[in-house]
Write a protein that binds this ligand. Structure first.
Ligand SMILES: [Fe+2]
Length: 225
């Protein structure tokens, strides 16, 4: 399942960020081996540590994602790797791959339960994100600028070659408080039920109290932090 939040950023905000990022020199990936860059990762990027300007946008966008109630409910977020930016120029692509199971420095490593994509441009052709949910079901994702997507990181995926224009996206990864996907879903539903009961019957109603008690007990059992 994929979560898509339209107008997460306004069109003007996207244009401004792209204009600012394009004043910097987009970089090749320094961390991967040359064979990976040659065969699979054929695009450029800007990371938080590359320039204060990148850090500024990375931090503000990351904070906005972490604080978003849809993201919180969908992922049961524990921590997020700061957003970095990717630029696919004409001919650029990202071949079929799977994201690493953990990312970040050894002292600040996080498990990649969800991937985030924030579309900052849409004036390009090609550049479809293909998510291989199963061998038979491949989903094609291409959104308007300003849309934020969040999807399960465990799927093989790729970005098709750009044939015209420039595809610029913010990307990031989220670790959930619950490692097991099914447990994560049950906890999320229980919390939603608690909120609905609180709204409808009040905080001190026995049904509301019972729902929060079940929620706490599930967290005691399954929460991994
Ligand atoms: Fe990826």
């Amino acid at each position: 399942m994929i979560l898509a939040l339209k107008n997460f950023l306004s069109s003007d905000d996207c244009d401004h960020i792209v204009e600012q990022l394009n004043t910097l020199e987009w970089q090749g990936d320094k961390n991967k081996n040359p064979e990976y860059n040659e065969k699979i990762k054929k695009h450029l990027q800007l990371n938080e540590g590359d320039d204060p300007l990148v850090k500024k946008y990375s931090q503000s966008i990351t904070q906005r994602i972490v604080n978003d109630s849809h993201i919180q409910r969908f992922t049961q977020i524990n921590v997020m790797k700061p957003v970095q930016f990717s630029c696919y120029k004409e001919g650029g692509e990202y071949g079929r791959h799977s994201d690493n199971h953990h990312m970040g420095s050894p002292s600040q490593s996080l498990r990649t339960d969800y991937a985030i994509g924030l579309f900052l441009t849409d004036n390009y052709e090609g550049g479809d994100l293909i998510l291989e949910h199963t061998p038979e079901y491949h989903e094609t994702v291409n959104q308007k600028k300003g849309t934020l997507i969040c999807y399960n990181c465990g799927v093989m995926h790729r970005v098709t070659p750009i044939t015209k224009g420039e595809r610029i996206v913010g990307i990031g990864w989220i670790e959930s408080m619950f490692q097991n996907e099914e447990e994560r879903r049950i906890v999320s539903e229980t919390k939603s039920l608690y909120k609905e009961l609180k709204e409808e019957k009040g905080l001190d109603h026995p049904h509301t109290q019972r729902a929060i008690s079940i929620y706490f007990n599930l967290c005691r059992r399954w929460k991994s932090i």
